[in-house]
Design a protein around this ligand. Structure first.
Ligand SMILES: [Zn+2]
Ligand SMILES: [Zn+2]
Length: 180
């Protein structure tokens, strides 16, 4: 939803309370959630207030994502979310006003808007993007697929001889050895 800054009332606007919470699952439509395959919001809060011309965006989200495990290729469902607190300042201004910095010094996270208004989906997209996992694993203990026979080693053991892969220290030792 596009909100003009001039339309935000003095007490701020609670975006999903005024717009209807039914829109929440569609907020991330069109977003690239990689490395996940799909991602949608299950809950969100977003309060926008104006201080001088800076827009303070406070809120939280809870998202559910679907992906596949990097190690064993099994489907993975991830639930993640966080609270956020961002100041959006007009692009035509170099710096956030001194008043805002003083008020929010502790957790200052600054973005920009065009000076006229903001797309609320963009605010949530950015927050979700910052929180997306770098790697998708079904579990930290996932043993992955056997590189020899391809069996899922979480489910069944195989009798393949493990292929020796040199560790980083071994590689370093060999390089040193060659130089000397
Ligand atoms: Zn796995
Ligand atoms: Zn095997």
């Amino acid at each position: 939803m596009y909100i003009r800054v001039s339309e935000i009332p003095g007490g701020g606007i609670n975006v999903f309370a005024s717009r209807g919470r039914a829109s929440i699952p569609r907020v991330l439509e069109g977003m690239d959630p990689s490395p996940l395959r799909e991602c949608r919001l299950v809950d969100a809060e977003l309060l926008l207030t104006v201080e001088d011309r800076d827009v303070v965006a406070e809120g939280s989200f809870e998202a559910v994502g679907e992906g596949v495990c990097d190690r064993c290729s099994e489907p993975v469902t991830l639930r993640f979310g966080k609270a956020f607190h961002t100041i959006l300042t007009p692009k035509d201004r170099d710096r956030v006003s001194a008043a805002s910095v003083e008020l929010h010094e502790d957790d200052l996270d600054v973005g920009y808007y065009d000076g006229t208004g903001l797309e609320t989906n963009d605010i949530l997209w950015e927050q979700v993007a910052l929180d997306l996992p770098v790697n998708v694993v079904c579990s930290e203990a996932c043993s992955g697929l056997c590189p020899v026979c391809g069996k899922n080693r979480n489910r069944e053991a195989c009798s393949c001889t493990p292929v020796e892969t040199p560790g980083p220290f071994e590689i370093l030792k060999n390089l040193k050895g060659k130089k000397e």
